[in-house]
Write a protein that binds this ligand. Structure first.
Ligand code: GLA
Length: 347
């Protein structure tokens, strides 16, 4: 495992880059700033390595303007309507950073903090343990939250993400990882040809500000039916109210409990990414807000839909949706979540 400096944040914290490798040639580079996955090189069907995640070369670029490239998201993945929720009779006001809503933990979420990092090696796996304490009142949330996120790279090309948290006051929590993938290789093309399977019979439709309405809608007969492998681009331009609101796919899928959550296949490289999770939901985001204004690694221009995210999570706006699985963590309780991204190839 290599470690080098990634520079100093604009708050004066020194941060590092850690390089993790395995015997298959897979290389994962991660910084403790936001727990950001900077690059992930995995083999294609001919054994050729490509970086399959979007991102920047410098810390300054991440600090200046990043659409959450590769970062840990907390305290709450996705949106909370109007940045407000009521818990045990008390109303809390959160930072609003996405139109009227709170998104991905607020102005300074877990994607923008310098985490403590401890590398480890166990058998033929290597990894990093990240820790961060979020103070009471952070971005408006109650309670002191201690969060631990562990990244493990195995010899089988699995990237295992494990999340744990405790609190001293009841509070919502919903941690996730916001890597943008392009299995053909970073900056090479849009992601519309990727063939996606999502193990979900239902999704949570949204309003025009991307807040779930509370409905759990069956995917049958909609462009959200990914139960059989379908190219991302096959139906994305259909005249559909939900696709209009999302400007494409930007929706939470209600995962079927048995089996992997999702599988993504990229035909030109043969790369396959299979996602398994303990979470009930998956936010599938087709990179709709990428519009050619961001320049990423090596100066590449990120055009429309040059990456997609699959964020395992509880459903957006759960603190305001009594019908959704609860995201409330209480003192004495322990938040635990586990997601595996498994990279393989097809001939
Ligand atoms: C999530 C959201 C999207 C967008 C991206 C970041 O996936 O659901 O609407 O905010 O993060 O740009």
């Amino acid at each position: 495992m290599g470690r080098e400096s990634f520079g100093t944040t604009n708050r004066g914290e020194a941060v590092n880059v850690y390089t993790l490798t395995n015997a298959q040639g897979t290389e994962l580079r991660v910084t403790n700033y936001g727990g950001i996955i900077l690059s992930l090189k995995v083999p294609d069907r001919n054994g050729r390595l490509d970086d399959i995640v979007l991102g920047y070369d410098s810390l300054a670029d991440y600090e200046r303007s990043s659409p959450y490239f590769g970062a840990i998201i907390g305290r709450y993945g996705n949106r909370i309507a109007r940045g407000r929720f009521t818990l045990d009779g008390k109303t809390y006001t959160l930072a609003t950073n996405n139109g009227p809503n709170h998104l991905h933990g607020g102005v300074k979420g877990f994607d923008k903090v310098a985490w403590d990092a401890a590398p480890f090696a166990r058998g033929d796996s290597v990894g990093l343990v990240f820790q961060h304490t979020s103070p009471d009142g952070d971005e408006g949330y109650p309670g002191t939250v201690r969060a631990t996120v562990t990244y493990t790279l195995t010899a089988q090309n699995e990237l295992i993400l494990e999340y744990e948290a405790t609190t001293d006051q009841a509070t919502p929590i919903n941690l996730t990882q916001h890597s943008y993938f392009n299995l053909a290789g970073d900056g090479k093309s849009d992601i519309l040809g990727h063939v996606v399977t999502v193990n979900a019979d239902a999704f949570t439709p949204v309003d025009s500000t991307l807040i779930p309405t509370g409905e759990i809608r069956n995917v049958t007969g909609t462009p959200f039916d990914f139960r059989t492998p379908t190219a991302i681009g096959a139906r994305i331009a259909q005249d559909d109210e939900q696709l209009r609101y999302g400007r494409g796919y930007d929706h939470n899928f209600v995962l079927t409990k048995a089996g992997p959550a999702a599988l993504v296949y990229e035909p030109s490289s043969g790369r396959v990414m299979e996602i398994s999770t303990t979470e009930p939901g998956l936010q599938f985001y087709s990179g709709n807000f990428l519009d050619g204004t961001l320049r990423g690694k090596g100066g590449v221009v990120y055009r429309h839909r040059y990456g997609f995210a699959m964020e395992t999570q509880h459903f957006p706006d759960s603190p305001n949706k009594p019908g959704f699985p609860s995201t409330i963590l209480r003192p004495g309780g322990e938040y635990r979540s586990r997601t595996v991204y498994h990279f393989t190839v097809r001939p």
